[in-house]
Design a protein around this ligand. Structure first.
Ligand code: GAR
Length: 222
C-alpha cells in the first residue's frame, strides 16, 4: 500500500501499547494512515518496542524532567509538530493535558477510554463498573477537550458483564473491543468521514451525531 498520501498520525503512549499495536496492524492492512511517530512520556515501555519493531520513529519525552504540566505540554507540542500530523491519537497516554495543549489540537485529538462514558471517567473503571453492578460496560472513543475523559463521544463498544467477572477478566474483554473500535474510528477520520465542527459537534458522514455510534456486545465492529 502506498502510504505517501495517507494522513500522518502521531500516537502518544505511556505503557504497553496494545492499542498502538492494533493501529499499527490495521495500518499495514486497510487503515489508510502513516504513523509518523510514537511518543511516550515514559522511557522503556513496551509500546516503544512495538513501534520500533514496525520501523516507526519513536521519541521519549519524560515528564519527570519538567517542572510543571505547562512546560511539559509545551515541549510535547513542539515535538509532535515536528512530524506535522493531521491527527494525534492518545493510546493509553496517562497524562492530564493542559488547556493550551488541548486547544492546539482541537478537532484532531482522539482518545480511547475503557468505560461507557460519561460513566467512569478516570482510573479503575472496570473495578468501579463491577462494584456498581453494571450489566453493560465497554469502551469509548472521543474527541479530546479540556474536560478529563469528557470530550464529544464518537463511538462506543459494549461488553456484557458476566457473573464470574473480576476486574482483570472484564478489562481483557474490553481491551479486545478497544483494539477493534479504535482503528475503525481512526479510519473514519483518515477517510475524512469524521470531524468536529466549530460548535464542538461530531459530524460523521455529513450527519451530526446526536449520540455516539454504539456497538452492542454481539455486534461486529466495522
Ligand atoms: C487502555 O485500556 C486504554 O483504554 C486506557 O489505558 C489502556 C492502555 O492500554 N486509557 C485510559 O484509561 C485513558 N483514560 P495499552 O497501552 O495496552 O493500549
Amino acid at each position: 500500500m502506498n502510504s505517501i498520501q495517507h494522513p500522518k498520525v502521531v500516537v502518544l503512549i505511556s505503557g504497553n501499547g496494545s492499542n498502538l499495536q492494533a493501529i499499527i496492524d490495521a495500518s499495514q492492512h486497510d487503515l489508510p494512515i502513516e504513523i509518523a511517530a510514537v511518543i511516550s512520556n515514559r522511557p522503556d515501555v513496551h509500546g516503544l518496542q512495538r513501534a520500533s519493531s514496525a520501523d516507526i520513529e519513536t521519541a521519549v519525552l519524560d515528564h519527570q524532567a519538567f517542572a510543571d504540566r505547562t512546560s511539559y505540554d509545551q515541549a510535547l507540542i513542539e515535538l509532535i509538530d515536528r512530524y506535522q500530523p493531521e491527527l494525534v491519537v492518545l493510546a493509553g497516554f496517562m497524562r492530564i493535558l493542559t488547556t493550551p495543549f488541548v486547544r492546539h489540537y482541537a478537532g484532531r485529538l482522539l482518545n480511547v477510554h475503557p468505560s461507557l462514558l460519561p460513566k467512569y471517567t478516570g482510573l479503575h473503571t472496570h473495578k468501579r463498573a463491577l462494584e456498581a453492578g453494571e450489566q453493560l460496560h465497554g469502551v469509548s472513543v472521543h474527541f479530546v477537550t479540556e474536560e478529563l475523559d469528557g470530550g464529544p463521544l464518537i463511538a462506543q463498544a459494549q461488553v456484557s458483564v458476566l457473573p464470574e467477572d473480576d476486574p482483570q477478566s472484564l478489562a481483557a474483554r474490553v481491551l479486545e473491543k478497544e483494539h477493534q473500535l479504535y482503528p475503525l474510528v481512526v479510519g473514519w477520520y483518515a477517510q475524512k468521514r469524521l470531524h468536529l465542527n466549530q460548535s464542538g459537534e461530531v459530524i460523521l458522514d455529513n450527519e451530526k451525531l446526536l449520540q455516539p455510534v454504539v456497538f452492542a456486545p454481539q455486534d461486529p465492529i466495522r
